[in-house]
Design a protein around this ligand. Structure first.
Ligand SMILES: CC(C)(COP(=O)(O)OP(=O)(O)OC[C@H]1O[C@@H](n2cnc3c(N)ncnc32)[C@H](O)[C@@H]1OP(=O)(O)O)[C@@H](O)C(=O)NCCC(=O)NCCS
Length: 163
């Protein structure tokens, strides 16, 4: 593949936002974690699809911690980019923040790491195109993702061996 055809993380990145409505919230007026998880899965899958230009499935989602509550009326901003590409799999990182409309200040709610696998017409894993991290942030994300990919594989191997 010619160098100019190799995509950067910036080229497939997705930024989207949602307004938190009453149907997203629990009786205390803060959003259900599962709603944020759905939005994370959606925005991350779009980044993975944009990178590989193929259908993808969610293989796994790493554990999530909600660092700050999100209230009805808040605007939630989700930023997703492909951190790492293996053979058929891609790790996508998602940062979720709440934006203060008066000041424009953003407060982190959660970070998530998801693995997608590109699939062919028969729903079988198929090679994803390589990615070229360019900026210092993209290179740092690649390095950190490579560590997580290795750790996930090790864990899956241990779990398989144990069952
Ligand atoms: C994800 C899926 C396609 C993997 O299929 P598989 O036959 O296990 O494929 P392989 O073992 O060849 O693995 C393919 C890639 O996925 C990665 N992978 C597989 N399971 C994984 C997991 N649990 N977490 C992270 N990565 C995983 C492998 O490391 C491999 O990556 P690589 O090609 O970059 O090295 C298959 O398990 C599947 O279809 N799952 C259901 C997906 C789905 O329906 N998601 C929606 C939510 S229910």
């Amino acid at each position: 593949m010619a160098d100019c055809e190799i995509k950067t993380p910036a080229r497939s990145a997705v930024v989207t936002r949602y307004l938190v409505m009453p149907q997203h919230a629990n009786p205390y007026g803060t959003v259900f974690g599962g709603i944020i998880m759905e939005w994370i899965d959606m925005v991350a899958s779009m980044a993975a699809q944009r990178h590989c230009g193929m259908d993808v499935v969610t293989a796994s989602i790493d554990s999530l911690a909600f660092e700050n509550p999100v209230h009805i009326g808040d605007q939630v901003v989700l930023m997703a980019s492909v951190n790492y590409v293996g053979r058929t799999s891609m790790e996508v990182g998602v940062k979720v923040v709440v934006e203060d409309l008066a000041t424009g200040q953003q407060r982190i709610t959660t970070r998530a790491y998801l693995t997608f696998v590109s699939i062919d017409k028969d729903h079988q894993p198929i090679a994803a195109p390589p990615i070229r991290p360019e900026t210092a942030d993209e290179k740092r994300r690649w390095d950190n993702a490579a560590l997580r990919v290795r750790a996930r594989k090790q864990l899956r191997g241990q779990v398989k061996n144990a069952t």
